[in-house]
Write a protein that binds this ligand. Structure first.
Ligand SMILES: [Mg+2]
Length: 315
């Protein structure tokens, strides 16, 4: 997409261009990790930017593929890190959207087998979706001897730091039933840790199950459009042309924006760097162009001078 001001993608923007963008857009979608915070630390200036947008009457929502926390828990985190104007209704996590998908789209009748953290189960339970009880498997339990639930209608896979071979084996057995849905909160391959190490993401677990089952998972989180559909159904009249998607990962955030017809902004405080964006832009494979951001900033703190200018103009 060319962007609202005719840029050809990957444009590093500054002062007046950011101010024009702030004036032109009324709906801002932010990814969280790598954009507004790193783990438990807010990115410098991010609280000022988010709180200022909200106070200026802009619509702001957060779209995160992190399925490990329920939204209530996210609320506490936003508050703890200084994003004090954020409300529960502004948070769209892949766990919350997975619950909406199961309840409202496929209207699942039966139990869901969950590979994931407690936060994912909590979201499903709050939406009234029964999950197969997670019993502590005996250390010597195997797929030969463990019980399997009779009415599993969906397998949902998210980030699971307590994944066992037995869980994978059970999921593979449930997926032998072609009527059993195969869903994934997200397909992120890995996540950076502050130590320089990485964490395998849900995508790596899904790959194991896709091979075992010979099936393809339906992905709920970014870059799938479903999260935007959730936002559109809760904020009536959202016009994609009025939206800006701000993220740090080309393969999820920028592609999500492109898939939904939104202008996109890459911030360089997270996973993806300018060189990777330029490689996608210069690629001969046309589908790679959907991963190219319209705009690039070093950090979302680059918005702050634009707010100050707008403030001065209105005085
Ligand atoms: Mg991110």
């Amino acid at each position: 997409m060319a962007g609202a001001f005719g840029f050809k993608g990957c444009q590093k923007i500054h002062g007046p261009q950011i101010r024009n963008l702030l004036q032109a857009k009324d709906f801002f979608l932010f990814d969280c990790d790598g954009v507004i915070w790193h783990g438990e630390k807010a990115i410098t200036g991010a609280t000022t930017v988010v709180n200022s947008l909200i106070r200026r009457g802009k619509n702001v929502v957060f779209v995160t593929n992190n399925s490990t926390r329920p939204r209530e828990n996210y609320m506490h985190k936003f508050y703890r890190l200084g994003f004090t104007d954020v409300m529960l209704e502004q948070i769209f996590s892949s766990s919350y959207c997975s619950a909406l998908y199961l309840r409202d789209v496929v209207k699942v009748c039966g139990q869901v087998f969950v590979i994931g953290c407690d936060g994912l189960r909590t979201e499903l339970q709050e939406a009234g979706i029964p999950c197969v009880e997670e019993e502590e498997d005996q250390p010597d339990a195997t797929i030969f001897t463990c019980p399997l639930a009779a009415d599993v209608k969906a397998v949902l896979v998210g980030h699971d730091d307590k994944l066992t071979f037995l869980k994978l084996a059970k999921a593979s057995c449930y997926l032998k039933d072609p009527e059993c849905l195969f869903l994934a909160t997200d397909n992120d391959p890995w996540h950076p840790l502050s130590s320089g190490r990485i964490l395998p993401g849900s995508g790596s677990l899904i790959a194991a199950l896709e091979v075992a089952s010979g099936r393809k998972a339906t992905v709920i989180g970014k870059p799938s459009r479903f999260m935007f559909e959730c936002i559109s159904s809760q904020f009536r009249g959202v016009d994609p042309a009025q939206c800006l998607m701000v993220g740090d990962r080309l393969e999820t955030d920028m592609l999500f924006g492109s898939n939904c017809g939104l202008d996109t902004m890459l911030t360089l405080t997270g996973v993806s760097q300018m060189e990777e964006a330029q490689e996608y832009r210069n690629s001969d494979v046309s589908t790679n162009h959907s991963l190219v951001p319209d705009y690039v900033v070093d950090t979302i703190a680059d918005f702050i001078p634009a707010f100050e200018e707008l403030e001065e103009q209105s005085n």
